[in-house]
Design a protein around this ligand. Structure first.
Ligand code: BEZ
Ligand code: FE
Length: 277
């Protein structure tokens, strides 16, 4: 095929992929090419703009490391992560809703017992977190794995700092026989997502702020149930309606209650959806 022009090049690319083995890959690649070409036509992309886009993606790749995932940040800030979560986690009413995973989860965080302090030295106002894990019919789920992670009072996750000897503000617990759990930590505060890379440039260029409302991250796992990846957001704080990564769901907003001694408590119950048989 020669002399392709702006009117027939899309069909030529699709024809070249006609023998893609695997119907799902073929569907995804076909749709990707169609949408990319439609986008370039719609905005009448110039060569300079194409180069700027390539440079942006190159810089995004260069920003990535073992502890920095700029592509996830890009997906999060473009709403692609939350769209993917929303269309794959359509749970029955009453189940705890899912939200974005984010880039700061660490596999193999320290194990803790009920009552332990998962802050482990992270700065912040002390907070007691209590809750339960149960199924939609109210049955307590014993020994569920509760993986929690959060930023410190300055808005940093432990993995964003290079001056720490070990994990802070993260840990794994198991619910008791009654499905309940409790642990100590620090109060969640709003923080900006990392903005010293290309994603930060994109946010500034589009007049956006980088802030996330205060939240705790949870991943809750139990045999026979869908794994829940979610947050609990702090009621009354800023950015609940302008989260930089579009992750807020009203059902996940809870009250952090100040106690007479200046510490806080948070109560939140997780309801897991049964995994398909
Ligand atoms: C987070 O909440 O940890 C997070 C989520 C998306 C992008 C950056 C951070
Ligand atoms: Fe976070």
């Amino acid at each position: 095929m020669r002399n392709l022009d702006q009117y027939n090049i899309t069909q030529a690319v699709l024809a070249r992929m006609a023998n893609t083995p695997g119907p799902r890959l073929k569907q995804i690649m076909t749709s990707l090419v169609q949408h990319l070409h439609a986008f370039a036509r719609e905005v009448k992309l110039t060569e300079d703009e194409w180069k700027q886009g390539i440079d942006f993606l190159t810089a995004t790749g260069h920003m990535c490391s073992g502890t920095r995932q700029e592509f996830i940040l890009l997906s999060d800030t473009l709403g692609l992560s939350m769209l993917t979560v929303a269309q794959n986690n359509d749970k029955p009413a009453g189940c705890t809703e899912a939200t974005v995973f984010g880039p700061f989860h660490v596999e193999g965080a320290p194990s803790y017992e009920h009552g332990d302090d998962v802050a482990n030295g992270a700065s912040g106002t002390p907070c007691l977190v209590r809750g339960s894990v149960r199924s939609l019919d109210g049955t307590p789920i014993a020994h569920a794995e509760i993986d929690v992670w959060q930023a410190d009072a300055d808005g940093h996750y432990d993995v964003q700092r290079d001056d720490l000897p070990g994990a802070q503000g993260r840990g794994v617990l198991r619910s008791g026989a009654d499905g309940r759990f409790h642990f100590q930590s620090v109060v969640a505060e709003p923080y900006p997502i990392p903005e010293d890379g290309p994603v930060g440039d994109m946010l500034r260029a589009t007049g956006r702020h980088p802030w996330r409302p205060a939240h705790l991250h949870f991943m809750v796992k139990a045999p026979g149930f869908e794994t829940l990846v979610t947050h609990v957001f702090r009621n009354g704080g800023p950015y609940l309606d302008s989260d930089a990564v579009f992750g807020v769901r009203q059902s996940l907003v809870a009250d952090w209650i100040e106690q007479p001694d200046g510490t806080y408590t948070l109560d939140f119950d997780f309801v897991l959806n049964r995994a398909p048989a």
